[in-house]
Design a protein around this ligand. Structure first.
Ligand SMILES: Cc1cc2nc3c(=O)[nH]c(=O)nc-3n(C[C@H](O)[C@H](O)[C@H](O)COP(=O)(O)OP(=O)(O)OC[C@H]3O[C@@H](n4cnc5c(N)ncnc54)[C@H](O)[C@@H]3O)c2cc1C
Length: 383
């Protein structure tokens, strides 16, 4: 016999747990999250967890302005007894040519207009004062915001999950959603490995796997997986206060609170576009050269871990969120390489949409319909 639920959330990454928590906070009872493996097993547990105000589209700036505020007080809000390791050492975006300088200055202008006043453009000398060990060969400036930083993606996810559970929500891991059927408009049958559920609300937070689930309801979403890889060195004494990104090299890196250096490279031309999350030797060889260029002092460090994860890509590298033509079926996916940081605010907005019919930030520009209408919105500040 089917179990009755007020809402079902699919996917145990940052978006799933944030939506679940916010639905519980809005008073929904009998709500369930299903995860086919374990919490954080998707992109969330494999990401670099950089968080930043510095975007080049209005919607991403507005979302991050609020997400940052939520991250600032997250341990308190969620009554979490550990640290989410939210570190505000700033984020440097290196410019190597005039077109990047122009783009970064346009981004900074937009950020200022939206109240993100701390973003500035730095000269190479000013960059050197922040990270003396960074190789500035070819660098002609950088966009910088001292309030940006990074966090621990596992701790942030667990903080939301534990808070949601305390409020009565159920999280069932190792439980794949196999099928979704419409019983009648506004009522679904969700068939999982561990049971069948009837619910008026389904939120698809299944990341790179979300396309298949939407297809069960004949909804076509243009999401595809793209492998991205990261490696981590042994720990060394603290020298890198901020996250650094180079769009020219496709590289980003940070020093974690435990002293290890985490480095990733986006290589869309060569990376596979399937569900393979094996890490590759080729990547390591190429990536190491790039990082020794950026940070010559790490050249003798040992690499202790190397892994891959999936970006859930869309044609404009922007997320797909909100209602669909199927009543009660919502999307929150397609976050490509910047979705971890958006989790706190978007979970809240989705819960508002489900419970109150309207979100306090207008997220309509990220609706699925934009692809049909040809209204793509390209984000110039992503890797
Ligand atoms: C290498 C790398 C670096 C990144 N760096 C950053 C960064 O610095 N900053 C940033 O903000 N973002 C970054 N990202 C992007 C970020 O990781 C993602 O945008 C974000 O984690 C997406 O969260 P999610 O909850 O939507 O998806 P996911 O974390 O992928 O969660 C989806 C979950 O759904 C589950 N699932 C799928 N199908 C089913 C099913 N049928 N039944 C049940 N469960 C199912 C999956 O197992 C998975 O756990 C990076 C990503 C990668 C791969």
């Amino acid at each position: 016999m089917a179990i009755t639920a007020e809402a079902v959330v699919i996917g145990g990454g940052i978006h799933g747990v944030s939506v679940l928590y916010n639905l519980a906070k809005k008073g929904l009872k009998n709500i369930f999250l299903f995860e086919k493996e374990y919490l954080t097993s998707g992109a969330t547990g494999r990401c670099a967890a950089g968080v930043r105000h510095q975007f080049g589209t209005k919607i991403n700036c507005l979302l991050m302005k609020e997400s940052m505020k939520l991250l600032e007080n997250l341990e308190e809000e969620l009554n979490f007894d550990r640290s989410i390791e939210f570190t505000r050492g700033g984020y440097l975006m290196l410019a190597y040519n005039e077109s990047q300088v122009k783009q970064f200055n346009e981004n900074i202008k937009l950020q200022h207009e939206l109240g993100i006043k701390e973003s500035v453009f730095l000269s190479p000398q000013e960059i050197k004062e922040i990270v003396p060990d960074l190789n500035l060969e070819g660098v002609i400036g950088a966009s910088y915001n001292p309030k940006d930083g990074h966090a621990n993606p596992f701790m942030v996810t667990f903080a939301y999950a534990e808070a949601a559970r305390r409020m009565g929500a159920s999280i069932i891991t190792h439980n794949r959603v196999l099928d979704i059927e419409i019983i009648r408009p506004g009522l679904f049958k969700v068939i999982t490995e561990k049971g069948v559920y009837e619910t008026p609300v389904v939120v698809n937070c299944a990341g790179a796997w979300g396309k298949e689930l939407a297809k069960k309801l004949s909804i076509d979403i243009p999401v595809y997986p793209e492998r991205h890889q990261i490696f981590v060195t042994e720990p060394i004494e603290y020298f890198l206060p901020c996250m650094v990104i180079s769009f020219l090299h496709g590289t980003y890196f940070k020093q974690s609170p435990n002293g290890t250096i985490l480095m990733g490279v986006g290589d869309p031309e060569h990376e596979v576009k399937d569900f393979n999350v094996n890490s590759s030797w080729d990547f390591l060889e190429n990536a190491v050269k790039k990082f020794v260029f950026h940070l010559p002092k790490i050249k003798n460090l040992r690499i202790v871990r190397h892994w891959a994860g999936l970006y859930d890509m869309t044609p404009d590298q922007q997320a797909i969120i909100g209602k669909t033509d199927v009543e009660g079926f919502y999307l929150d996916l397609g976050w490509s390489g910047h979705g971890f940081q958006m989790g706190p605010i978007v979970g809240l907005l989705l819960a508002e949409l489900v419970v109150e019919g309207k979100s306090h930030i207008d997220i309509d520009v990220l609706n699925l319909k934009r692809f049909e209408k040809g209204e793509l919105i390209f984000e110039p500040a992503c890797v």
